[in-house]
Design a protein around this ligand. Structure first.
Ligand code: UDX
Ligand code: UDX
Length: 452
């Protein structure tokens, strides 16, 4: 029996669900796509002029399809769409478990399981249920069990179709993906989803696997990427000790076609909702299967990242401590071109500096300052202010800490800024984007990652 997908529902209107469904609707005008979410405020934002996710190119895509074949609805109004759906994507968050077995490492699947129950109770006819969220290997078993316990006249296929988009480039990644991965059991179900993607993606880039390979590939891909950042960051500290230059070393490494040039940028440490959570999940899985050495290997990727964040923060603190103890922090997002600050290095570093008694002046182009302040452990009396511009943040500072690689931070006029700073200002460039020559000429001491 050939399956065809005409109606799609996605549960979860977050950083993954929203942009992914917008691109599917844009590229497949004959498919009706409905995104539902239990948070009505988030849905209201998707239906407004200010989308809840900042992503270059997203506004235009949403404007083209919203109301045509892309609909955002609160979950309690989404029942008719769910009943009509041929395919339901699960794109809710899968955070690290805080309590119970595997707390601190394993992924919390309670939201996913709640979705599966909701689908089991409400879907009609035959439905393809698609894991879009990152799941631990064999999570599909749990979903299958829940779907099979309902006694109604329904049937299901389960597919794993993990998302590889990176924030800041999500629309480009979705429109021209390196590959689309579909894992499943029945070829008919895999073909049905592949036909959706084939409307705009080169069919040769669609990789079909079994369910477990697809689930594990997503975890492994993120772990490999995180490991690359930790590897270059480990080398960066050695560069500083030996007068080697990490950008030069990265260029040499990257010119070996077996290594490749991407993802070799030394930094203040990786952040984001995925890398830490997914590597922890991998560590937990290894431990669960008694694989101690692989568990320790992946744990070291995270340990290295923590060490890198700490040492950059400590260097800025050491310098500012000798002067008036004011630090400007430029960049709170975990990378440029996003408003997302989950697991960003800025949270740990700001917490550390506030606890050490420094006054912080914070700036970012997209991060919501009140939401960021709520993530800090220092409470409402913390000595911090949010500036409207990098220039305002830097005024009166002894140390300037650059934590996100927003392009505009690379173009600051350090000669003009010098007069507004403390007596011997230093810049700690956690992204190696500051115009070092100009800043040094203006009288700043500049410390870069992985450079003498
Ligand atoms: C996604 C993935 O799902 C996660 O597994 C992956 O590793 C990172 O990306 P993301 O889109 O970033 O998560 O999460 P988030 O922006 O938090 O969005 C999740 C949405 O699901 C939220 O809007 C939340 O309200 C919604 N949700 C959550 C539901 O609608 N129902 C639930 O039961 C739980
Ligand atoms: C990642 C994966 O890239 C994506 O495929 C997956 O679907 C979700 O997780 P994301 O976390 O959005 O995407 O961004 P990514 O570009 O991977 O960056 C992650 C972190 O690593 C950022 O903090 C970034 O600044 C840092 N990074 C990245 C470096 O420090 N150096 C690099 O060379 C690359």
């Amino acid at each position: 029996m050939k399956l065809a997908i005409q109606n799609i529902v996605c549960i979860g209107a977050g950083y993954v669900g929203g942009p992914t469904m917008a691109v599917i609707a844009d590229r497949c005008p004959s498919i009706q796509v409905t995104v539902i979410d239990r948070d009505p405020a988030r849905i209201a934002a998707w239906n407004s002029a200010t989308l809840p996710v900042f992503e270059p190119g997203l506004d235009a895509v949403v404007q083209r399809c919203r109301g045509r074949n892309l609909h955002f609805l609160p979950q309690d109004q989404g029942l008719p769409a769910l009943q009509a759906a041929d395919a339901i994507f699960i794109a809710v968050n899968t955070p690290t478990k805080l309590v119970g077995d595997g707390a601190g490492k394993a992924s919390d699947l309670s939201f996913v399981e709640a979705c599966a129950r909701y689908i089991a109770e409400n879907a009609a006819g035959h439905t393809i249920v698609i894991e879009k969220s990152t799941m631990p290997v064999r999570a599909a078993d749990a979903i299958k069990r829940i779907l099979q316990t309902n006694a109604r006249e329904t049937s299901f296929d389960i597919l794993s179709n993990p998302e590889f988009l990176a924030e800041g480039t999500a629309i480009r990644d979705l429109e021209k993906p390196d590959r689309v991965l579909i894992g499943g059991e029945r070829p008919e179900a895999i073909d049905a989803l592949a036909e959706v993607y084939a409307q705009w993606v080169d069919p040769g880039t669609i990789i079909r696997t079994n369910l477990w390979s697809a689930e594990l590939s997503k975890l492994a891909a993120n772990a490999f990427l995180a490991q690359r950042v930790s590897s270059i960051n480990a080398i960066s500290s050695l560069c500083e000790a030996t007068e080697a230059d990490v950008d030069q070393v990265a260029k040499v490494l990257g010119s070996d076609s077996r290594i490749g040039p991407k993802f070799l940028k030394a930094s203040v440490g990786f952040g984001g909702s995925c890398f830490k959570k997914d590597v922890l999940s991998l560590v937990y899985l290894c431990e669960f299967y008694g694989l101690d050495a692989p568990a320790a290997y992946w744990q070291a990727v995270l340990d290295m990242n923590e060490w890198q964040k700490r040492r950059v923060g400590l260097a800025a603190a050491k310098h500012a401590a000798a002067y008036a103890r004011r630090i400007a922090v430029l960049g709170l997002a975990f990378k440029k071109d996003t408003n997302d600050f989950r697991e960003t290095a800025a949270i740990d570093i700001c917490n550390h500096l506030l606890a050490a008694g420094f006054h912080l002046s914070l700036h970012d182009y997209r991060v919501d300052s009140a939401a960021f302040a709520r993530q800090l452990s220092s409470g409402p009396d913390a000595s911090l202010a949010f500036a409207r511009s990098p220039e305002e943040a830097i005024r009166g500072a002894d140390s300037v800490l650059v934590l996100t690689e927003w392009d505009a931070y690379g173009q600051l006029d350090w000669a003009a800024l010098r007069a507004t700073c403390g007596q011997a200002p230093a810049i700690f460039d956690g992204r190696n984007i500051v115009n070092r020559l100009a800043a040094e000429k203006a009288g700043f001491t500049v410390h870069c990652i992985g450079k003498a």
